[in-house]
Write a protein that binds this ligand. Sequence first.
Ligand code: ARG
Length: 466
Amino acid sequence: MTKKINPLWGGRFKLDSSALLKKINNSIDFDYLLAKQDIKVCLVYAKSLKKAGIVSSSELKKILNGLNKISDSIKKNKFLFNADYEDIHMNIEMALKEDIGDLAGKLHTGKSRNDQVATDLKIWIRENVGEIIKLINNFQKVLIKKSEDNLFNIMPGFTHLQNAQPISVAHYFLAFFEMFERDKKRFKNLLKTIDECPLGSGALVGTNFYKIDRKFISKSLGFNKPTNNSLDSVSDRDFAIDFLSASSILGMHLSRLSEDLIIWCSSSFSFVSFSDALSTGSSIMPQKKNPDAVELVRAKTSLLYSNLMSLLTTMKGLPMGYSKDLQEDKIPVFKTYETVQLILLVMCEVIKDININKKQMYNSSKLNFSTATDFADWIVMNLGYTFRQAHHLAGKAVVMAEKKKCNLFELELDDLKKLDSKISKKIYNFLDPHKSVENKKSEGGTAFSEIKKAIKKAKTKIDYKR
Ligand code: ARG
């Protein structure tokens, strides 16, 4: 082993770390992504040291200048992340030392990597959650546009994937709009809970007599307030779990939408088709056009779940205080962000591009006696029966239609009168899918009038400036 002892904590060590320890201990391969946030934290901390009288004005100038130079070289992709320096904090500290000498060591007075890394990660999540909210917003715009374009198009609404009752195609897309609206809220809530600054908590107990102004630090880093308890500040990663959880739920919604589209583009359904630009072919079957894009959105959602499970599992057995296990929190967070960003962008393209086969959807909306409930409702309203009695009568009409191999609305009035002589021809008006949709005027129902209101309301929830 060479004698190249760790410059940050090597004081009490006689031997250099083994190659294997370095391999398992190093995080620079992934936490280099925190470079921007780490420098931001260092800049503010340096200023707080000046306020505390630990560095002089000229020292502060040198430190800030040095940090800004590092920041520039990172931005220009010129900074060499060195695997000998285990993580991003040490890389930046050592680069600063190379530039301004031992003064760099002053920057770390009263500061631990434990409070620093928690702060870096909170800032990183905060910044990137903003991007996710923007992408959800853009996706919602696409859903609104699709709803407007398909307001009067009719499709079967399903329960158990069996035709249940007709709905407007817009109603379908707006259901997803609502789900993504709640996703957006989950991310916005996360921005509230993450808004406390851990910096100034030291390794676990707080700082000594240095008079570090945590309110100043918190404010300068854009947080609402400093965290309340130094031990909690360095120990927990619930904010990262919140991020992974909100991302998993968002993924679940995207995956369900994908699943529908996969079913809908099958030749048996033929409700939708994708353009060539968003389909793939088969290397053996020349005729194939496959919906790989949405299949991969569905598959990648499993990665979001596993990232959530991974961090939850890492955390569940940790004793109070910092443990090195916490270093692994960044891998799921970064990977989840990258995945969420990708699948949101892909789904945006898919929904924009998708071709709706109106005729097929409409024809299918008539299948499986989809207006049998309307039949029963008409009987309740016009013949004064209870819904259960009306349901029974409608069931008999279905059996009759099944026997005659026709639809409910194709039954002769004479046949219907055999079920109940009071049934009149007016009932036919209620058996048409279009009429059926039109009548669902309860708040939030699929009636065209309700959907128009829903679209108007949805538009108020969208930021059109983004
Ligand atoms: N790279 C470490 C992490 O990400 C920084 C904190 C190191 N703290 C320590 N006590 N070894 O968690």
